[in-house]
Design a protein. Structure first.
Lengths: 42, 240
């Protein structure tokens, strides 16, 4: 069995990190990965 | 410990004192609803199962009043459903050998109100008392408003603690949106090679949420064993 998680630890050590921006960074990296793969094989 | 809601409770399955139960906690799950914990914090639960050196504590932030109900539970009032769901969570805590389970008993509305300090203050007091090494929370990409709100209150609570009382790790876990889309480099992977029977039993205890044929217990275990995505619990669970 397995399941997945995201590391939220940086959010509790740096109060300047905005939670929405933090999660947005995961989403942007995902979007870039998808886009670059499509571009590579298009 | 004084918690803000009059019906809040800290329940200790093996009957040691509340202080002892809190002091031995090494892993803590903080969820919006009863039964979320058993889906998202299995790593912490199984770390403590049968292990005298590691102890898991569940913290349930809402009262479960708005739960869906069908079959045996179709006629239950909101008050009755709160009792049913609290009892189910206690059964899971006993089977999973938790150190304790805290029912904070806030309404979903109260948790979603960012200007209401009570949920945050309760979480802060519990974490300060237990000082877990690891906390399992809802992930911030979850699509349930209350799940996201509980994690935001958790982060706010942890930020107010002195650095020495904060956990070493905080994980945002899957319940109502999967995280298999994360890049490999961004993923935290929890693998469970033992006690699959206990994991299955824990999810199956929550009969009130399974009644009516949703069987999200089976879907959850299928998802955890990498069955096709269409079987995943997050697509079957009804809105709470």
């Amino acid at each position: 069995m397995m399941n997945f998680a995201m590391d939220l630890t940086p959010l509790i050590h740096d109060e300047k990190i905005d939670p929405a921006e933090y999660v947005g960074s995961f989403i942007r990296r995902f979007a870039q990965d998808v886009a670059s793969r499509i571009k590579k094989f298009a | 410990m004084n918690l803000s809601e009059p019906k809040a409770e800290i329940w200790v399955p093996d009957g040691v004192s509340e202080a002892t139960a809190l002091q031995r906690v090494s892993h803590m799950g903080i969820s919006a609803h009863q039964d979320d914990i058993e889906i998202m914090a299995l790593e912490g639960i199984l770390a403590g199962f049968g292990n005298p050196h590691k102890w898991f504590m569940a913290v349930i932030v809402t009262n479960g009043a708005g739960s869906p109900r069908d079959g045996l539970y179709a006629a239950c009032t909101d008050e009755q459903m709160q009792i049913v769901r609290r009892m189910e969570q206690k059964k899971a805590a006993f089977v999973g050998e938790y150190s304790a389970v805290a029912f904070l008993d806030h309404s979903s509305t109260a948790v979603k109100n960012s200007s209401n300090p009570k949920p945050k203050n309760d979480l802060k007091a519990l974490v300060a008392a237990a000082q877990p090494e690891v906390i399992y929370a809802h992930n911030l990409a979850d699509k349930h408003d209350t799940h996201v709100s509980v994690t935001l209150r958790t982060i706010a609570a942890l930020r107010e603690l002195p650095p020495g009382q904060r956990p070493k790790k905080v994980y945002g876990c899957e319940v109502w949106r999967d995280l298999d889309w994360l890049l490999d480099s961004d993923q935290v992977v929890f693998k469970f090679n033992a006690h699959e029977n206990i994991a299955t039993a824990l999810v199956g205890i929550f009969d009130s949420q399974i009644a009516g044929g949703k069987r999200y217990d089976l879907a959850t275990m299928a998802a955890a064993t990498l069955m096709p995505p269409t079987t995943k619990a997050t697509r079957l669970m009804s809105h709470r």
